[in-house]
Design a protein around this ligand. Sequence first.
Ligand code: FES
Ligand code: FES
Length: 79
Amino acid sequence: MSEPHIPQKAPYVVEVVAGKKYFWCRCGQSRQQPFCDGSHKGSPFTPLEWQAPKNQQAFFCGCKHSNTAPLCDGTHKSL
Ligand code: FES
Ligand code: FES
């Protein structure tokens, strides 16, 4: 299994809108982090769809190693 690129070892904080779908970049190659811009093409990675449950600040994983992707779970601290 290929390892994802690590854009940053910290989450991206985004204001999300209730009910809206977001496509989190799993490969780490997108230039529009934390979201997919299609750069994964030709790799084994695909984006992860996530729907915001409410209007909130979301902490999207920037290290691409979270066990609760697409959201940060603190794993970046041990990379
Ligand atoms: Fe990374 Fe699409 S660009 S998953
Ligand atoms: Fe990936 Fe926190 S940024 S777990």
